[in-house]
Design a protein around this ligand. Sequence first.
Ligand code: SME
Length: 160
Amino acid sequence: MERTDYGIIAVQLKALIAAEPNYISVLANASALLMESMENLNWAGFYLVMEGMLKVGPFQGKPACVLIRRGKGVCGSAWNDDRTIIVPDVHDFPGHIACDSESLSEIVVPIHAGGSVVAVLDIDSPEKNRFSEEDKKGLEQFVRLLEESVDWRKASLDSL
Ligand code: SME
């Protein structure tokens, strides 16, 4: 499998943000950019913290669970613990929420604004052990760009 070029992805994301910084446009294109640029994914997108839970936001892939409670599944755990979680095999993660039975591994990265988690980036793969420490680093940098550039107040999120 080709290694993902996070440098090129960052350049492309910056160009998309420069074209239009509203959060729906940026997150929709950000999920499409990841799906196009990373090999062997079946879902890439965002859950937004709204009314005390995670609600599905812009994504690429099959229709997914709409609401996830804090502390539940990989996404709710990454929000609650405020840390990136790599799941090498979803069958070994207690409480994993299966939206697509094809997903075998997953990475979730929290997104911050105003000092709290306002959203998470969630990426699934049909391949076990798809996500490495290098992916974690690259995706955390990708999320930093989103944190700096998106006007999160317009998203009516809880923490702002
Ligand atoms: N697997 C996630 C749910 C979201 S879907 O993967 C798109 C979880 O356990 O939180």
